[in-house]
Design a protein around this ligand. Sequence first.
Ligand SMILES: [Zn+2]
Length: 166
Amino acid sequence: MNEEKKVKSMKVEEKEVGATLYNLDPIIMKHHYEIDYIHSYAQDSPFFAGLSKGQILGGKCPKCGATYATPRGHCMDCGGKTEWMELPLEGTVHTYTTCYFGGEEFLDETPFTLIMVEWPGVETLFLSRLVGVAPEDVSIGMKVKAKFKRLSQFKPTDVYFVPTSE
Ligand SMILES: [Zn+2]
């Protein structure tokens, strides 16, 4: 048997499964995608552990005194290694936006409000969700307080904010 004949007899194995087509021009079809993603929070782990205990942990630079409202291993100003510090659970809306679209996980919840939370003496802001206020009623300077999901998912969405008047 020569090489050419061998090649002609080879075939790609096919399954008796068709495609689920929603539209032809342009083609829109269903494609199942699923994955278990194992990853490390590394140096940010204490922040997520804090959320599970009802704490928001920011960072402070012992060298120059810079303060951060988010996990930060090293200081943006001087490069020093930061230390954890607990942030107050009540803060102020520095700015906000209403989201009418979002990632798949959040699509069912649109429109929702994202806020940047500000704390006195903390030099950066914290991005979170504001719940329980109509978009037209949100305002800069509004006092807000943190709430935590009862069952931690160890995700940034474990914490969200509501107006302090609630
Ligand atoms: Zn520093």
